[in-house]
Design a protein around this ligand. Structure first.
Ligand SMILES: C[S@@+](CC[C@H](N)C(=O)[O-])C[C@H]1O[C@@H](n2cnc3c(N)ncnc32)[C@H](O)[C@@H]1O
Length: 281
């Protein structure tokens, strides 16, 4: 069975809150690192290179997480960067980590960005549109871009049947599959929001790399729990209300294997897209 793009659903408030809480937890950073998407900063650099922005151009990193992408956009590409995230504590950590780099950090949530129309030359959206209601979010991104500005998108697509991981709130959110893009949805939704896709590439194998890293770090965390008495549940943080949902080792292995199989058979993909919007498109 395939799922067509019309089946994409509006994510519930609890899914969005769960995603934000998962990425706000130190456990997520421990398992994934500070670049919270498959492909890490190499994927980010590819997108920024493809956009061919001049030093000094204005970039918005929306759903910036811990701010690793925003930092390299400023430090390596010389961009003037605004970075926003819906999760206040995450944003505060991003600001602290960045030090005095030229990034302006703001707590804000799609689809309501606190910027004037046409403020940005480009908007970077890595693994965030898979966590929000995409129609209004894309309209808001289009509004904040100048005519001809670029949307730099990388995100998860689920091509076939929903994965078992979709049914687990923590794992589903951690892999951005809870509300992943459906087949054809990128091609439908971006033009609807006024964007024209000019470049696109597949980074699905980076999901495997990420899964390998999570699995290795989980193994180390388990050793720490067993041998050093680390309280893994405490690492989830007080904001989470579902600490009893931490997957068991057996379930984790099952979910991780199902994700690996889905990448291998092409039903789970990670796609990067550069699209230009507005009158100058
Ligand atoms: C998978 S993480 C990606 C973080 C970052 N883009 C990266 O790749 O490292 C998703 C981020 O989107 C944020 N987020 C979720 N819903 C959001 C919304 N409606 N507006 C802005 N940020 C949101 C979460 O708090 C989380 O930090």
């Amino acid at each position: 069975m395939t799922i067509d793009s019309t089946q994409a659903v509006k994510p519930s408030a609890s899914v969005v809150a769960c995603c934000s809480a998962v990425y706000g937890s130190p456990l997520a950073e421990l398992l994934v690192g500070d670049s919270l998407h498959p492909g890490g900063l190499e994927s980010t650099r590819d997108l920024l290179r493809a956009a061919r922005l001049e030093p000094g151009a204005q970039l918005l990193d929306v759903g910036c997480g811990l701010g690793a992408s925003a930092q390299i956009a400023a430090a390596e590409f010389g961009l003037r960067v605004d970075a926003v995230d819906a999760n206040g504590p995450v944003l505060a950590r991003a600001r602290t980590r960045a030090g005095d780099l030229r990034v302006h950090w703001t707590t804000a949530a799609l689809p309501d960005l606190p910027f004037d129309d046409g403020s940005f030359d480009a908007v970077l959206a890595e693994c965030v549109l898979s966590t929000v209601d995409r129609g209004p979010a894309l309209a808001e991104i289009a509004r904040s871009l100048r005519p001809g500005g670029a949307l730099l998108l990388s995100d998860v697509e689920v091509i076939g049947d929903p994965l078992p991981a979709l049914g687990h709130r923590i794992i589903g959110a951690a892999l951005c599959v809870t509300n992943a893009w459906r087949p054809g949805e990128i091609d439908d939704r971006l033009p609807e929001a006024g964007f024209r896709i000019i470049d696109r590439w597949d980074r699905s194998t980076s999901i495997l790399t990420l899964i390998d890293r999570i699995e290795a770090r989980l193994a180390v965390a388990r050793l720490a729990v067993r041998d050093l008495g680390l309280d893994l549940r405490a690492l989830i943080g007080p904001s989470a209300t579902y600490t009893d949902e931490i997957p068991t080792p057996e379930l984790t292995r099952e979910l991780i294997e199902s994700v690996r199989a889905a990448v291998r058979d092409g039903t789970l993909r990670y796609t990067a897209v550069v699209a230009v919007g507005g009158d100058a498109a």
